[in-house]
Design a binder for this molecule. Structure first.
Ligand SMILES: C=CC1=C(C)c2cc3[nH]c(cc4nc(cc5[nH]c(cc1n2)c(C)c5CCC(=O)O)C(CCC(=O)O)=C4C)c(C)c3C=C
Ligand SMILES: [Fe+2]
Length: 417
């Protein structure tokens, strides 16, 4: 490039789409930009149509193939990188191509392998961005889902399950559009933050020019030495009241009809936690907020974390043992059940207040998002925890059923077209 060309290049207004092509695949990307996703992937060296098997030798490996996608009932890992994407195309064929081509790449990532084998050609961008080299599979799980907006964009509303719709507005919501909605989600969870990030980065890069990141959130869970329930940033054990038995998971989590059979609905809520206010609250009031003891995690009136309790039980004064404004009382009383799989986040400070920008990337799985809505409505304006939280973001996605070898992510949707 001559000096004057350089100047022209610098001054040229670069669209976000151009930027994606440039940052994703460099000069090679510009040359092949028009040839579609398959072309881009091939040019990057991805063996796109070659099925890949789950490794039998990889360390700390979660299997990709199975009845259900990983990352739903998979034991919770220490880190998440959650990305909500928008598609930049409007054809069903391109969507199908995207999922066909992502499938073997997801398997490779979950095997702890590079996206492509290393190249010796230093004149082209590498097929894998490289930051996971030397790290093991780290129990990486990748969960992919589609949002209600995707069906509108592609003109396939007739295939949108009736349950898949934006959540209603809840009274205390202060949602920001920069953390809300999306056409596709990638939930990458791993026991190493870099492995989770690498997975999302490389899948998005492989689909350069076809998808863009609308919003994303990193999160973490820390497990006590010797195992057990992780504590959230309010220091309470979080996840105790989850369903675990197979029969409960069938009742609560897995869709049992239509093309989504074997899949599940993911609800994501970015909930800011006002740590400064919480930290000025007495331990007694903190415990009354949840109706559980902070140290043991036991419900009020009981000794151990997993002890059963009756929300209606009263003491000799006729007072509820578990206060009727407590989070757990209200959640349990709703009668609806969900599988929570949340992660804490700490993302710097709120520039307007100087407060921590921290909270919970709340994620739940259920066979119908209405289960979440029922619980949230029960928490409503009564939940004592409302004093300490603000809901900032929201999204809902239909996560595909699991994939059998030889098939690809979302095949049942395309068979239904
Ligand atoms: C609408 C669903 C829920 C939202 C949103 C939510 C946010 C949220 N929760 C905590 C902390 C805890 N939640 C706990 C229990 C609990 N929470 C929900 C639902 C939502 N929580 C349910 C269904 C339950 C289980 C109730 C039961 O039947 O036992 C607990 C107690 C321990 C546990 O069971 O995990 C804590 C602690 C935070 C901090 C938060 C948003 C910031
Ligand atoms: Fe909760």
């Amino acid at each position: 490039m001559t000096a004057s060309n350089d100047e022209k290049w610098i001054n040229k207004k670069i669209s976000r789409r151009d930027m994606l092509k440039l940052t994703g695949i460099g000069a090679a990307g510009v040359a092949i930009g028009a040839s579609g996703l398959g072309g881009v992937m091939k040019a990057m060296g991805y063996d796109v149509f070659e099925p890949v098997a789950d490794s039998t030798t990889a360390r700390n490996k979660v299997d990709f193939y199975g009845t259900h996608q990983s990352g739903i009932v998979t034991p919770v890992q220490t880190n998440i990188y959650f990305a909500s994407l928008d598609v930049l195309f409007t054809s069903k064929k391109e969507l199908q191509e995207l999922f066909k081509q992502w499938t073997p790449l997801v398997v490779r990532l979950m095997n702890g392998e590079l996206m492509v084998d290393l190249t010796t050609n230093t004149r082209v961008p590498t097929g894998d961005t490289g930051e996971a080299e030397g790290l093991n599979a780290s129990n990486l799980s990748i969960t992919i889902g589609v949002g209600p907006s995707l069906f509108e964009k592609l003109g396939i509303q007739h295939l949108k399950p009736a349950e898949l719709k934006d959540l209603p507005h809840f009274p205390k919501d202060q949602l920001q559009k920069e953390y809300t909605g999306g056409d596709i989600c990638i939930q990458a969870c791993a026991d190493d933050p870099q492995v989770a990030f690498h997975a999302v980065r490389n899948l998005v890069r492989a689909a350069s020019g076809k998808v863009e990141i609308k919003w994303s959130q990193a999160g973490f869970n820390s497990f006590p030495t010797g195992g057990g329930t992780p504590r959230n940033l309010f220091a309470f054990k979080d996840g105790t009241g989850n369903p675990t038995a197979e029969k409960d998971l069938n009742k609560v989590v897995w869709v049992d009809k239509g093309w989504l059979k074997g899949g599940s609905y993911l609800v994501a809520r970015k909930v800011q936690m006002h740590l400064e206010t919480w930290d000025r609250t007495s331990l007694k009031d903190q415990e009354a907020t949840f109706g559980r003891y902070r140290d043991s995690g036991a419900p009020f009136g009981k000794k151990k974390e997993f002890d059963d309790f009756d929300v209606e039980a009263k003491d000799s004064n006729g007072e509820y043992i578990m206060p009727d404004t407590s989070h757990v009382h209200l959640a349990r009383k709703s009668g609806a059940r969900i599988l929570r799989r949340s992660y804490s986040y700490a993302s710097g400070v709120m520039t307007n207040t100087g407060a921590h920008d921290a909270g919970l990337m709340f994620i739940s799985f259920q066979k119908d998002p209405a289960q979440f809505t029922t619980v949230q409505n029960s928490l409503g304006r009564m939940d004592k925890m409302n004093e300490y939280i603000t809901h900032r973001g929201s999204a809902v996605f239909a996560c595909f059923p699991g994939v059998q070898k030889g098939s690809y992510l979302g095949e049942a949707l395309f068979n239904a077209l």
